[in-house]
Design a protein. Sequence first.
Length: 182
Amino acid sequence: MRKIILFNMVTVDGFFEGEENDISWHHVDEEVNEFFIEQMKTADTILFGRKTFEVMENFWPTEKASKEDPVVAAIMSDYLKIVFSKTRNRSDWSNTRFVGDNVVEEIKKLKSQAGKEIIILDSSDLCKKLIEHNLVDEFRLKINPTVLGSGRKFFYTKMNWQLLKTKVFGNGNVLLCYRNAG
């Protein structure tokens, strides 16, 4: 059975974005980018909510993205992208499939199919739904050495996790990998 991997960047105080969707606090450098590329090699499918998809769609399939980060741009275009949306049903970005709001049924079906891991990038509303239904197999949180004090929290419910591994990056980011301990 395929694993669902939730990967997100959060601040030390638990926010995934600041006021007015601010993500300028993300600390991404060459080491973090190389880690992201290695992580993505274990997957072949990316899940998105509509809002996150639209942010990604406006950058990754562009010429600018191909020049700035050709490896990630290729991954983002080549992998199957499944977008959960009630309002959109098409995109010109290659390998994109839209699914309505039947999140739980679609994820269960995806997990039972052959393939590599399935990664969720950002998409807090989608993540919340998957967490509610215990469909996330692993949580990979990259903690940025930033405190925002306000914004959108990522987690809204009590959870008990088991630590799988950690990684400290030179720029102060810390990766914490967990699985649900029930």
